[in-house]
Design a binder for this molecule. Structure first.
Ligand code: C2E
Ligand code: MG
Ligand code: MG
Ligand code: MG
Length: 270
């Protein structure tokens, strides 16, 4: 009986594995098509200086429309990574972000950030690819920030790629800081410019304060993610966090919408 129950469990496991695999295959096929037909696109979310309210940057976030539904990146990015499609998806993100961003940077001084996956960084041609996109879009290196999570950064720390990118004025941000397992010793050797505190820490004032102090000691620009309320925003301003990002300041939106906010933002500051 025990053996039978085990067999049934295995069969169920098999079924769910098969279901998972076919869902993954369906997503991968859709992504391949999306790469060709424009159903993969970017929304942009403001990054704001909490002291002045001014938009300093925007984060490019990939969106995928499959029929009537918008598939969230937490669903399709992992599949893109597992199937090797992330190289092409990431390149589309870079191209679109730099094409828009070149103009935004020139006219408003607003930089654009693009998320980068581990597979992209492992590609020995990655630095050349990025520099090629800058050349092709007329984007200066100073207008581009690459967002990389802790574990991926540690992986790439011993390769020349980050150094090459930084020599061209591109800045590197640690994304979702605090969620990885890196020791603080790593922070000293990582070639980074910006530290983004993960939104899961937004209400933990003492942790946030400690991270901000640590970041300042390393001359890193600090960004708090996931700011949803006015009181969180006030708190972060009091803690002198350099920049903030979250629904309170603006949800990710279409480039036209973000651009009009950008125009208002630079008009107010002027
Ligand atoms: P991330 O890079 O940490 O991006 C921030 C995520 O937090 C975005 O989710 C954004 O919509 C969400 N967010 C912003 N403000 C708030 C807030 O106030 N409250 C809450 N609850 N959430 C907020 P999104 O767009 O669903 O993206 C999820 C993740 O997918 C990103 O996390 C990033 O890791 C990945 N991703 C998105 N686009 C790309 C891409 O082009 N390439 C790669 N490799 N990864 C991407
Ligand atoms: Mg990010
Ligand atoms: Mg993040
Ligand atoms: Mg995050």
């Amino acid at each position: 009986a025990a053996k039978q129950a085990g067999g049934a469990r295995l069969a169920r496991f098999d079924d769910s594995l098969r279901a998972q695999q076919s869902e993954r295959a369906r997503i991968a096929a859709g992504l391949r098509q999306g790469l060709a037909d424009g159903s993969l696109f970017l929304d942009y979310q403001p990054v704001v200086d909490p002291a002045t309210g001014r938009m300093t940057g925007v984060e490019a976030l990939m969106r995928w429309r499959r029929g009537d539904e918008l598939v969230p990146p937490v669903v399709f990015i992992p599949v893109a990574e597992q199937t090797g499609l992330i190289g092409q998806v990431g390149l589309v993100a870079l191209r679109l972000a730099c094409a828009r961003g070149a103009d935004w940077y020139r006219r408003h001084g607003v930089y654009v950030t693009v998320n980068v996956s581990t597979h992209q960084l492992r590609d020995p041609d990655f630095a050349d690819t990025v520099l090629g996109v800058l050349a092709e879009t007329g984007m200066p290196g100073a207008g581009l920030v690459l967002e990389i999570t802790e574990s991926v950064l540690i992986d790439a720390a011993d390769t020349p790629v980050l150094g090459t990118l930084r020599e061209h004025g591109i800045r590197i941000a640690i994304d979702d800081f605090g969620t990885g397992y890196s020791s603080l010793a790593y922070l000293r050797r990582l070639p980074v410019d910006i530290l983004k505190i993960d939104r899961s820490f937004i209400d933990d004032v003492s942790f946030t304060r400690a991270i901000l102090e640590l970041a300042r000691s390393q001359d890193l620009v600090t960004v708090a993610e996931g700011v949803e309320t006015a009181s969180q925003a006030a708190q972060l301003r009091d803690l002198r966090c350099d920049l903030v990002q979250g629904y309170h300041f603006g949800r990710p939106g279409r480039p036209e919408t973000i651009e009009s906010l950008m125009r208002e933002s630079s008009a107010t500051a002027a």
